[in-house]
Design a protein around this ligand. Structure first.
Ligand code: ADP
Length: 208
């Protein structure tokens, strides 16, 4: 099975692209969705976090207070690493399980949708990497509109990430989402067609 690693920057259009791929029939392994799943109340990662930080990290319902946790790790690099050491191996394990399932089901291509594809080394798992790019002015504009942010708030969020320019240098395929959705859609359809053609040529050699 061939694996496509899909990433982008904040508000670059990754969700929009991934939704189109889903409609084309792609299996999408969604790292953010898995990350939310594995910290649900009672799961091993949830237990480890409560043991580490105490019940003060919980919201009244018993789930993790994500904004409190977010604040803590945003300010404290050691805490961030500790949280990652609890969550990352479990996210990876669940993603590999989903890939193995897609492979067993005979899917020729699967897409792993990961915001930190390059930063966290997920690209090594992929046979090819795609980046959803948008020009800086459009990115700022779409982020402000989508999340109701001021220009300063939006800039701070963009600047906290690896730049999209850098990601395009690392990627095998760049999908430019600066224009209208139809234009992006055509690029996605073509990249998907090529990935499937490559999978066919390679004869589904790799298994999980
Ligand atoms: P990401 O998942 O990368 O954060 P989204 O897919 O949520 O980004 O897109 C960011 C915002 O821009 C959303 O509000 C989305 O509806 C809008 N958007 C995405 N692609 C386009 C496009 N080609 N033209 C106009 N708006 C777009």
């Amino acid at each position: 099975m061939r694996i496509v690693g899909l990433t982008g920057g904040i508000a670059s259009g990754k969700s929009t692209v991934s939704e189109r791929l889903r409609r084309l029939g792609a299996v999408i392994v969604d790292a953010d969705g898995i990350a939310r799943e594995i910290v649900k109340q009672g799961k091993p990662a949830w237990q480890d976090i409560v043991e580490w930080l105490g019940p003060g990290v919980l919201s009244p319902g018993g789930g993790l207070d994500r904004s409190r946790l977010g604040d803590l790790v945003f300010r404290d690099a050691a805490a961030r690493r500790k949280l990652e050491s609890i969550t990352h191996p479990r996210i990876r394990e669940a993603a590999l399980r989903a890939l193995a399932e897609a492979d067993r089901a005979g899917r020729p291509v699967a897409v792993i949708d990961v915001p930190l594809l390059f930063e966290a080394g997920w690209d090594k798992l992929a046979d090819e990497t795609w980046v959803v790019y948008v020009d800086p002015a459009t990115q700022l504009d779409r982020l402000m509109k989508r999340d109701g942010l001021t220009a300063e708030q939006a800039k701070a969020r963009i600047d906290a990430q690896m730049s999209l320019e850098e990601k395009t240098r690392l990627a095998d395929v760049v999908i430019d989402n600066s224009k209208d959705p139809e234009n992006t859609g055509r690029q996605v359809d073509e990249a998907w067609r090529q990935a499937r053609a490559m999978a066919e040529q390679a004869g589904n050699g790799r298994h999980f």
